[in-house]
Ligand binder design. Structure first.
Ligand code: ATP
Ligand code: MG
Length: 312
């Protein structure tokens, strides 16, 4: 990617392994000089076009699968981001999965089970709308480990560090098997979240999104910021990096997420598969046949022209 043409270098939002993460110090709004109209009318559609090309190659090659995991506070724009960035792609190759509170079937397994079951296949792009990180943030804040089916001897204060290690190892395992994952935290400010939640209350067309838990979860704002900071810091790896993306300006968030996805697909560098020797030979022969047919068609056309020409 020629970064000078996108006007945003998404590396600024990438968490390099080993760096300290304090979400309070990271931007929630667009922090680069960039023209919104230019992004919406020109830059974003261009990136979407490139994503479409890469997706086709990824699908044709059938070797790698890509996973984008989205985490955020409520109303940060996960759904809108999925719709705008991945909506224009071929739905046959995109698998979106939303993870809610675990069902009893899910609780009957280890915490990574449901994510394994819902991974994309080779050739597909998988979107995790919420992810394995719920199990080190929400579960931690609401003390849900007890009653989750976990053996009691493993429910202790050390469990979170252990889970960070298990998650990072699992993500590396996926990478080594052809399934790279990128994790995105949509970073919304407290005031912008308040504005969006108020909208869910005040606007008829947004009422369906409103849930009382959105308001009660706000009481835990600081806990979420602290635990997300810790989890992101502990699990950003070369193989599965985290990006903390400003989420107060939706147009900007979508553009940045599209660029992050583009960079990840560029790293995979999918290509149309080379036909094998036999298919190559067959294609050569068919090309010759097509040429012959084209020649005879034009010869026939000449005859027809001559024939009808006489009558005129
Ligand atoms: P929106 O942002 O539009 O409200 P959402 O992703 O919050 O969408 P909801 O159906 O409102 O979707 O909420 C799903 C809920 O499930 C979230 O509160 C989330 O924290 C919770 N959840 C997900 N995974 C777990 C888990 N492992 N344990 C407990 N709660 C979980
Ligand atoms: Mg919600």
């Amino acid at each position: 990617m020629d970064k000078s043409k996108c006007l945003v270098d998404v590396d600024r939002y990438r968490i390099e392994p080993g760096t300290k993460v304090d979400l309070a110090k990271r931007p929630t709004a667009c922090d680069v000089k960039i023209d919104r109209a230019k992004v919406e009318n020109e830059l974003f559609p261009k990136v979407i076009g490139k994503l479409q090309d890469y997706q086709e190659k990824l699908f044709a090659q059938n070797t790698y699968g890509f996973i984008l995991a989205l985490q955020a506070m409520d109303a940060a724009g996960k759904d809108g981001t999925v719709k705008h960035v991945f909506g224009p792609l071929n739905p046959a190759g995109v698998k979106v999965v939303s993870f809610k509170q675990p069902t009893s079937l899910e609780k009957d397994h280890d915490f990574l089970w449901r994510f394994n079951v819902n991974l994309p296949s080779r050739g597909e792009i998988g979107i995790f709308n919420r992810s394995q990180y719920e199990d080190v943030v929400t579960v931690r804040i609401h003390k849900l480990l007890k009653g989750s089916g976990m053996p009691p001897e493993f429910v202790n204060d050390g469990v979170w560090k252990q889970r960070y290690g298990d998650i990072a190892a699992w993500e590396k395992f996926l990478f080594h098997n052809g399934f790279p994952m990128v994790k995105v935290f949509l970073h919304v400010s407290r005031t912008e979240q308040q504005r969006r939640l108020a909208e869910r209350i005040l606007r008829d067309d947004k009422n369906w999104k409103f849930s009382m838990s959105d308001l009660t979860e706000r009481l835990y704002w600081d806990d979420y910021q602290r635990d997300y900071s810790e989890a992101i810091e502990a699990t950003s790896t070369k193989e599965a990096p985290w990006y903390v993306v400003p989420a107060d300006d939706k147009w900007y968030t979508r553009y940045v997420v599209s660029l992050i996805t583009l960079e990840a697909l560029e790293a995979i560098n999918p290509r149309f598969p080379e036909p094998n020797e036999e298919t190559k030979q067959n294609i050569l022969q068919m090309k010759k046949l097509l040429e012959l047919a084209a020649e005879s068609d034009s010869a026939d056309l000449e005859k027809l022209k001559a024939h009808f020409g006489k009558g005129n």
